[in-house]
Every structure is written in structure tokens, then in C-alpha cells.
Design a protein around this ligand. Sequence first.
Ligand SMILES: Nc1ncnc2c1ncn2[C@@H]1O[C@H](COP(=O)(O)OP(=O)(O)OP(=O)(O)O)[C@@H](O)[C@H]1O
Length: 308
Amino acid sequence: MTDQRTPGSAPDEVPATTELGVNEEELEAAGIDLAVAEAAAPDREIAVEVGENIVEVRNLTVKFGGLLALDDVSFDIRRGEILGLIGPNGAGKTTCFNAMTGVYKPTSGDVLLEGASIKGQKQHRITRMGLARTFQNIRLFGEMTALENVVVGLDARHRTSVPGALLRLPRHTREEKSAIERGMALLEFVGIADHAGTLSRHLPYGYQRRLEIARALATDPKVLCLDEPAAGFNPAEKEELMELIRTIRADGYTVLLIEHDMKLVMGVTDRIVVLEFGRKIADAVPHEIRNDPRVIAAYLGEPEDDVA
Ligand SMILES: Nc1ncnc2c1ncn2[C@@H]1O[C@H](COP(=O)(O)OP(=O)(O)OP(=O)(O)O)[C@@H](O)[C@H]1O
């Protein structure tokens, strides 16, 4: 890890006093080997049967009062694929995400993850079942460092009791160290390890988006749901994000992607589901979607940037 701090950037950096602040000396003193952390990045054990359904969305319906935001929507996500979920503004994409991840309780229908229903499960339980997400509006702990934000995601996996943590029993110390190493590995994986010690609110916008992805990956999900991860990105940042999403898939994750930018969606997805007015109007590979008259009609009237 290179230390990118310069005298002028001091306010962005956290001194060694933060509990998990990570300047290099501190990590070395704690006996944490960054080379090990970096090498550990793609350390997942994956039993991948690419192609079988990992998620089944069945007749999902969400009503807000009289508004049918999602109307009897069904689709599958196959293991190992990058599935795009697109549609004009207000089509129901985020509502679908929210119903899949426990933010909204569906009016009817169900979502199965590896055959198990998520019905009635709370958000954190669904995350533990293997469905992790990022949010359209970034939700990080601004007063925590990048590394701390990721370690929070890993904390759910700790087995030490709270008293054990307070008394710093050996297992807790071991777990804390491995959480820091794993956290560093994830930051390395998304390309922001050099900023591990920076308060997340001081990170550049693009890095905050990457940090959100790292935090979602910290829960070791089976399916990673990304809600408009390129929002506010310039073309170069979008290219880099596409590369990151491909790397995430290559590492064995399945990805569900909501994205407005058609170039990005067409360039990175294996298959695309299209919503309009809460209903599914298409489910096909990108080149078919691009030429589908219903999809083209749905996007007529959308701002030019949003259409391929
Ligand atoms: N909490 C809510 N209460 C009431 N109506 C809602 C709520 N959330 C979404 N809606 C409505 O449901 C419909 C679908 O919205 P949703 O945000 O899911 O669309 P979207 O496809 O994600 O749109 P966008 O691309 O603009 O983010 C819209 O008409 C929206 O106004």
C-alpha cells in the first residue's frame, strides 16, 4: 500500500488514534501483513453451477395506496450472470429491489433465494441469506473510515460475545485482526485500499460508491444488487465501474444491476429485464433488448442520455 497523504490533504486523513485507523505503521505494529491482505482478495470458496437459477422473483406486486408500483413481476437470476434491470423513470426498478431486499413488504408474490423464501424476513436476515445491496443514495457511515465501514459489514460474522470483545479475549483479537485483513482485501479489490484510513465523508464521490460495493461484498453475498452505481459518474469513471463489475462477476458473484446508462448496461450485462409502469415488458439478451420495439417505445420521450 502506498501512503498517498500529502501535507495539504491532512484533513481527509485520520490520525492513528482512530480505533481501526490504518496508517501503515499501525498495521505493521498490529502484525497485519498487507501483502497477505492483498493476496487474500479473491479468496472466496465458490461452488458455482453457472446457469442454474439462484433467485426466482415470483409474481411480485407492490401497491402504494392506489398506485400499483410493481405489478405481478416474475423473472429469474441465474447463478454467475450479470442481470440488468432497466426501465424509464418510475417504472418500478427500485421498488423491485426494495421488495427483494426486505425494505418493502410485497403486497403479494415472493422471492426465492436458492429455493428459500425471503417472505417476511427482515433486511438484515435477507442480507445474511445472501442478498446484499447498495443504495441509489449512498448510505455510508460518514464519520467512520473506509476500512471501518467495511469491517462493520464483516462484524456480523464475528462469533465473540460483546463481553468477549470488551475484555479483548484472544478470539476477539484474532477475529478483529482477520476482519481488518479481510476489510483491507476488499478495499484492495474495489481499488481504494490507499484510502482505508480516510473518513468516508471525505472520500471522492466515486470512491464512496466503490466503498459501498466493498461494504456489500463484506457480507459475502451470493447475489450483489447494485442500484444505479454509476449515477453521477463521468464516462471514464463509468468505464472503470464496468471493469469492476466484470471483476466482481469473475470472482464468482452474481450481480443484479439497476442502471440508467444504456451504454453501461448493454456493455456489461448478460441479460436484461425491462420494466414499464410496474410491469415486465421484456426479458432478453442485450442485442435483442436494443431492437425490441416495446422497449424502444417505452424509452421514447426519455432524455437522450438515457437511451442507447
Ligand atoms: N415509498 C413510496 N410511496 C409511494 N409511492 C412510491 C414509493 N416508492 C416508489 N413509489 C412510486 O412507485 C413508482 C415506481 O417507483 P420506483 O422508484 O420504483 O421507480 P424506478 O424505476 O426506480 O424509477 P427511477 O428510475 O426514477 O429511480 C413511482 O410512481 C413512484 O413514485
